[in-house]
Write a protein that binds this ligand. Structure first.
Ligand code: IMP
Ligand code: MG
Length: 183
């Protein structure tokens, strides 16, 4: 067995960058400023694994520079499998969170597409007593929306294309790229 790549796998140097590391950092700094101004200092940042891990790591440090003192937690939902199209059904895979009761939450994901993942996550957090849930995504694909949900904070809006890097994967690959590229 070992590492089996999809047939259409391409080497990282053949991937067209859409947003550079510098562009991502600039956008993140702006997001952090808005979050601090509008949501205040105290927040629970709830990231969706695995896609948001790189984004969150940089976002919380940008938030620190704006005076935020967040708590940080993660949960894992699943809908995609190894494909480029979502399977539709969202499942809770693990949630190892502290008490959510009465807390303002910033729900963070890499990308908002159909909206199934974030709708499910948002409801799940409200069901556990969250005082408020605001949504922050690095990327938004508005043309693919199925559920009535919008993000409060969006880094970049993109066309209907499959992107990888900066936490986003194709079949588990490319998460380590420091930029976002189109496959
Ligand atoms: P949604 O539930 O359809 O909104 O899909 C959101 C999830 O699908 C994200 O958390 C991503 O993990 C994944 N996803 C959607 N579009 C892409 C993409 O272009 N590249 C990699 N993953 C994606
Ligand atoms: Mg994801």
């Amino acid at each position: 067995m070992g590492f089996i790549r999809p047939d259409d796998y391409r080497a990282p140097e053949l991937i067209t960058p859409l947003f550079t590391a510098e562009q991502i950092a600039t956008t993140q700094s702006k997001l952090a400023r808005s979050i601090r101004q509008e949501l205040g200092q105290e927040l629970l940042v709830m990231g969706l694994l695995k896609g948001s891990f790189v984004f969150i790591a940089d976002l919380v440090r940008a938030m620190h520079h704006r005076g935020c003192t967040p708590q940080i937690d993660f949960m894992t939902l699943s809908s995609y499998g190894n494909d480029k199209e979502s399977s539709g059904a969202v499942r809770m895979m693990s949630a190892h969170h502290d008490d959510l009761e009465g807390k303002p939450i910033l729900l963070v994901d890499d990308i908002l597409e159909s909206g199934r993942t974030l709708s499910f996550a948002k409801q799940w957090l409200f069901d556990r007593g969250a005082a408020s849930v605001h949504v922050c995504v690095l990327l938004d694909k508005p043309h693919k929306r199925v559920m009535p949900i919008e993000a409060d904070y969006v880094g970049f809006t993109i066309e209907d294309q499959f992107v990888v890097g900066y936490g986003l994967d194709y079949a588990g690959y490319y998460r380590e790229l420091p930029f976002i590229g189109a496959l």
